[in-house]
Design a protein around this ligand. Structure first.
Ligand SMILES: [Zn+2]
Length: 194
C-alpha cells in the first residue's frame, strides 16, 4: 500500500512538472503571443548574437540559388572546406540559410499570420524571434541536387565527414529536444575536433 501511495505521489509530481505553464511571451506588432513548451526556456542569450562585422559571406558557388548567406567567419571558412571536400567526392552541398536576425524571424511569422495561420501552428516549423539557433551565426541549412535532403547522398556524406570540419547535425532523428528531425540543419562547433 505504501509503495502504491509513493508511486501515486511520484506520478503527481512528474505530471505537475511537465504541465507547468510556460510564462514566456513574444510581441509582434503590439500583440503578445505565448511561447509553446517546445521553445520554452530556450531563449537565445543575446550576448552571444554576432555583430555584422563578425559575419562573413559564403561564396556564391556554395550557396543555393542567388541567396546571400552570412555566418560567423570561422564557420564560413570551415563550411567552404567541407563543401570543397564533398565536391571532390562528387557530392554537391550548398548553403540555403545561415545567420538570421530576430527581426527576420518576425517577418517570417508576420507573413504566415497574414496567410491565416495561427501563431501556434507557425512556431511548429519557424522559431519564434529571439529563439532561433540561426541568430547565433553558427547554424546552416543545407541543400543538394536531390530531395528530400534526409535521403540524399549529401546527407550520408555529412554524417560520415562533417565532424572533421567541426559541423554536427543539431536535431537528429529522435532528438530529445522535442524538435522534429532536421537533416538539413548543421551547426558549427570549433571544439569538435579539439
Ligand atoms: Zn535551420
Amino acid at each position: 500500500m505504501r509503495k502504491q501511495i509513493l508511486a501515486f505521489l511520484f506520478v503527481v509530481v512528474i505530471a505537475s512538472v511537465s504541465y507547468a505553464e510556460c510564462d514566456e511571451t513574444i510581441t509582434i506588432d503590439s500583440v503578445d503571443y505565448k511561447i509553446s513548451d517546445v521553445w520554452c526556456g530556450k531563449k537565445i542569450d543575446t550576448t552571444q548574437i554576432p555583430e555584422y562585422e563578425d559575419l562573413s559571406r559564403i561564396p556564391d558557388d556554395f550557396c543555393s540559388k542567388d541567396y546571400k548567406i552570412y555566418i560567423r567567419k570561422a564557420a564560413a571558412e570551415s563550411f567552404v572546406e567541407m563543401a570543397e571536400a564533398a565536391l571532390a567526392d562528387s557530392i554537391v552541398i550548398l548553403a540555403k540559410s545561415g545567420f538570421r536576425s530576430s527581426s527576420y524571424q518576425k517577418q517570417m511569422i508576420r507573413k504566415r499570420l497574414k496567410e491565416g495561420m495561427t501563431f501556434e501552428e507557425i512556431i511548429t516549423f519557424v522559431a519564434p524571434p529571439g529563439y532561433s539557433d540561426h541568430s547565433l551565426g553558427l547554424a546552416l541549412d543545407l541543400s543538394t541536387t536531390t530531395y528530400p535532403f534526409g535521403e540524399s547522398k549529401a546527407y550520408k556524406w555529412l554524417l560520415e565527414n562533417a565532424v572533421k570540419y567541426n559541423y554536427y547535425e543539431q536535431y537528429p532523428k529522435g532528438n530529445d529536444e522535442l524538435k522534429t528531425w532536421e537533416p538539413w540543419h548543421w551547426k558549427f562547433d570549433s571544439t569538435l575536433t579539439k
